[in-house]
Design a protein. Structure first.
Length: 262
């Protein structure tokens, strides 16, 4: 780097100062302003403009990085806040215990850390977390129920639920049709003898292999319908279908097969 004063006079290094307000180098002996041209400056004599620029640039970059981190953190916190609200809403309308809500939140947070939220909607991940939490804690809720209240497609819940279970090494329990029998019978206000008979029907049907490929809700609804018929209790297949959230035709098809075999 070079410095020069008026083309004829050279100011000694120990006489040079830097005016921060004016941004100029001044010779204290002559009072003249030095320009960056022909005077060689030895290292360490003064902090030149380039050093100040580099220092300011580094400071600016650090401030930008801090702001980026704060923005990422605030975005993550905002998503978590919305996720908690959706989780509370969904567990409330499904009348789920607080243990499911707590477990679902743990699953959701771990799934986010694993990067499973990327490219997906927050509502989908929350719903799948609730689904897996129910299966893990053996809390009986059908896939149709969860899908209806969350407005997330059943196939999407199953696919994302499987991904969560694999990524977090969770082994959810399969839905037991017997648990659904108790749940549906309670909603239909049926007597214990109907429930007992329906449970026995399911056990007999399992031994024949008739239940292969049938959904737990379909099996439970069909067993209840058959039990009601055997005890001459007038409950329509349509009413049971509404509670179980399955098609009447599915109930009738499964019912007829079981009735013929047991």
């Amino acid at each position: 780097m070079t410095l020069a004063i008026s083309m004829s006079e050279i100011c000694s290094h120990d006489k040079i100062i830097y005016d921060e307000e004016r941004g100029e180098y001044i010779c204290t002996e002559t009072g003249e302003v030095l320009e960056e041209r022909a005077f060689y400056q030895k290292p360490g004599i003064l902090q030149d403009k380039e050093e100040r620029k580099v220092s300011q640039k580094n400071k600016t970059l650090q401030e930008i990085e801090v702001r980026r981190k704060e923005k990422r953190l605030s975005t993550r916190e905002r998503y978590l806040k919305y996720a908690v609200l959706e989780l509370k809403r969904l567990t409330s309308v499904l009348n789920l215990p607080s243990s499911v809500q707590e477990q679902a939140l743990i699953i959701y947070k771990k799934a986010v850390v694993k990067g499973l939220l990327h490219g997906r909607k927050m509502e989908e991940l929350v719903t799948a977390s609730v689904y897996i939490a129910c299966r893990t804690l053996r809390v009986t809720r059908t896939l149709d129920e969860i899908a209806n209240y969350s407005k997330v497609d059943k196939r999407r819940i199953i696919k994302l639920g499987g991904l969560i279970a694999n990524s977090l090494n969770i082994k959810p329990h399969p839905v037991d049709p017997k648990d659904l029998v108790v749940k549906f019978a309670d909603e239909l206000k049926l007597e214990n003898e109907i429930v007992k008979e329906a449970l026995e029907i399911i056990e007999k049907a399992k031994r024949t292999g008739l239940l292969f490929g049938k959904t737990p809700a379909n099996i439970a609804a069909s067993a209840i319908y058959l039990s009601c018929r055997q005890h001459k209790v007038k409950v329509s297949a349509r009413k049971i279908a509404l509670v179980a959230d399955v098609a009447v035709s599915s109930i009738m098809h499964t019912y007829s097969k079981i009735a013929k075999m047991i």
